[in-house]
Design a protein around this ligand. Sequence first.
Ligand SMILES: [Zn+2]
Ligand SMILES: [Zn+2]
Length: 311
Amino acid sequence: MKAMILERPGEALRAAELPDPRPGPGQLQVEVSACGVCRTDLHVVDGDLTEPKLPIVPGHEIVGRVSALGDGVEGFSLGERVGIPWLGHTCGHCRYCASGDENLCDEPGFTGYQIDGGYAEKTVADAAYCFPLPGDQSDAELAPLLCAGLIGYRSLVMAGESSKKLGIYGFGAAAHIVAQVATYQGREIYAFTSPGDTTAQQFARDMGAVWAGDSSAASPVELDAAIIFAPVGPLVPAALRAVRKGGIVVCGGIHMSDIPAFPYGILWGERVLRSVANLTRQDAIDFLELAPKVPVKTVNQQFPLAEANQS
Ligand SMILES: [Zn+2]
Ligand SMILES: [Zn+2]
């Protein structure tokens, strides 16, 4: 099969011809039809994330059809459309797995990072971490739900159910999905982008934001919560300044530049600052049930596999 592989961080992906991966016990072999590009893929390629299997087939927003079943797989059938997300394996016995926080597992395996992912014609994945994708949305439209959607959704949950005025810092893939879900839930979105990025600000308004402007500007209202998707540390104090007493600031990215020192006064008042790491399978079940109700529509630009470096 054809695949795009990363041999060393800092280098471009290389086109390779690999043997078809065979599904082991409990695994699905999936013929990949679409695989999204996530910011995390770029962090893997750039070497910001330091524990990749090498060489690795990146890509963890995978949509495809089941092409072979490993021994013991139940609940999936040949030809069924499935999605494969970032969380590819958990140990099942550490304190986090035991308490329902499998996103924090001590010995996890992540798709496209430690487990070969979706920039290939075929991939194999543990069936227990794959999700059926029924419905008539296109494969390419669904792909971003598998990470941008799931991490965005988990970030939205962590921002608190009662947070009505919600700031979003960095308006890309995750934000455009969160904005649709949050608007559906009756929240107001305030979108903060790089200063002067009027294209992103218009995009945010198109996705339902009631206000969009520069991240260097003060928020037009006192926010109940904020989610930071841009990997930019100085946005942390900016968001803390924008939220009310008791407000929550969620850092939704896997990597961020250093956070500058800030006065305790902007955290005081029981403001909460937290990160969101990975996802649980329950997040996927919850979000994939909610998304068609919104319905979440994604905007994408498609590239053939061989042009993965351009995308
Ligand atoms: Zn574990
Ligand atoms: Zn991702």
